[in-house]
Design a binder for this molecule. Structure first.
Ligand SMILES: C[S@@+](CC[C@H](N)C(=O)[O-])C[C@H]1O[C@@H](n2cnc3c(N)ncnc32)[C@H](O)[C@@H]1O
Length: 377
């Protein structure tokens, strides 16, 4: 039996602040994840499960196969531990191997030495490595002297779904956008509005969630080129296609004052296959209104120096607060790095959560409206 044919330990990484959402996603996919350790959650599965995690997780950065775990307090122990891994059953002789190292509270902490020793140990184990073929990215994480050697199966990070071909002004990562929606009270049968939609990330992620469309259907993965592994991509794509709900009427809107942003959003929605599910329109947030009650705003307004001057920002947030309060029992989730948001929005949120958009520290402010009344028969 080859390395990829039996039981595997898998792990996924996700951004600080959203690990709990990723963990919930894993549970919903039928797995039993461990607690998060430095943004990494492990679970048991097989090679097909690894492909499913890549395809279906909306909030994870990458999916790994945990190849080995051992203790190392010296570079010799690290070398021997890496060399003992059956590399010849995992990678071919012509593999192009890259090594990324991380170290937390450990005696081995010089990352470039950890990288070069790992590479040397792999080459020694294989006899030789010609590096003319496919790419295999290895991650070595040392946490309190415990080494985890993991093989990246995603390749390009999972926030790159493939639909965002051009970058708008200060876009949100797709994985973060999805996490915020999954943290919100929004469900497909409630109205959803992003009044500052930019390149359309939040409405598009909402439409993918609302139609139960896998986020990874339109992209490729590193594992597709693992020549020692079975081919599983077609099976996972088939499962993903079968799960799409095509006959739902969603009420998702995205507005932006900038017409180029709206065109970009429309193009991205088309790429993602959800343009029929979203209404995009050029509109100033100040004219925000809705004939529906109990809708949900999820948005990422301009947040500072780079996009708007302080005085304009205060006025914008003040007007946004007024526009929000004119809606009937709507909830709002606003992610921004602007510290005085609540002051100018004119209301204290009932919950805040610290999140990171790439490296930028942001807060998610939650304002809950009353829940819609249950329909009686
Ligand atoms: C931080 S960006 C949103 C990025 C978006 N979440 C994405 O992923 O691409 C803020 C957006 O607010 C828009 N904006 C600024 N003032 C506005 C206003 N008064 N009404 C509507 N949109 C506005 C800007 O054009 C910009 O696209």
């Amino acid at each position: 039996m080859g390395f990829f044919d039996g039981k595997l330990e898998l792990s996924v990484t996700s951004a600080s602040g959203i690990e709990a959402v990723t963990k919930r996603e894993l549970v919903n996919l039928g797995y039993q994840p461990s607690g998060a350790e430095y943004g990494r959650i492990s679970f048991d599965g097989n090679y097909l499960d690894c492909a499913r995690a890549n395809m279906f997780l909306r909030t994870a950065n990458r999916v790994f196969i945990n190849v080995a775990r051992f203790k190392a307090t010296t570079f010799d122990e690290l070398f021997e531990g890496i060399k003992a891994i059956p590399w010849a059953s995992i990678i071919p002789k012509n593999a192009c191997v890259t090594v990324n190292a991380k170290s937390f509270k450990s005696r081995l902490f010089a990352l470039s030495s950890i990288q070069s020793i790992t590479k040397k140990a792999i080459v020694t184990s294989m006899g030789a490595l010609f590096e003319t073929g496919g790419k295999y990215a290895i991650e070595v994480v040392i946490n309190e002297d415990n080494v985890l050697v993991a093989l990246d199966t995603s390749g390009v990070a999972l926030h790159k779904r493939g639909y965002r071909t051009l970058v708008g002004e200060a876009p949100l990562r797709e994985t973060l956008a999805s996490a915020i929606i999954l943290l919100s009270v929004w469900k497909w049968d409630r109205p959803f509005v992003d009044p500052f939609c930019g390149s359309g990330t939040l409405p598009i992620e909402a439409a993918l969630i609302g139609t139960n469309t896998a986020p990874g259907l339109n992209r490729s993965y590193a594992y597709e080129n693992f020549i020692k592994a079975p081919s599983v991509i077609e099976r996972v794509k088939e499962e993903a296609n079968d799960l799409i709900v095509r006959d739902r009427t969603l009420r998702i809107s995205g507005f932006d004052i900038n017409k180029d942003a709206v065109s970009l959003s429309m193009r991205h929605a088309k790429n993602a296959g959800v343009s029929d599910n979203i209404h995009f329109q050029v509109s100033d947030m100040r004219t925000l209104h809705s004939r529906y009650s109990h809708g949900v705003i999820v948005t990422n307004p301009p947040y500072g120096e780079r996009l708007l001057k302080e005085a304009e920002l205060k006025e914008l947030y003040r007007d946004f607060g007024k526009a929000y309060r004119s809606l009937d029992e709507w909830s709002a989730y606003v992610i921004t790095s602007y510290d005085n948001f609540e002051k100018y929005f004119g209301a204290r949120s009932d919950k805040t959560r610290k999140l990171y958009n790439s490296e930028l520290e942001c807060k998610l402010y939650r304002y809950l409206g009353a829940p819609p009344k249950k329909r009686t028969e």
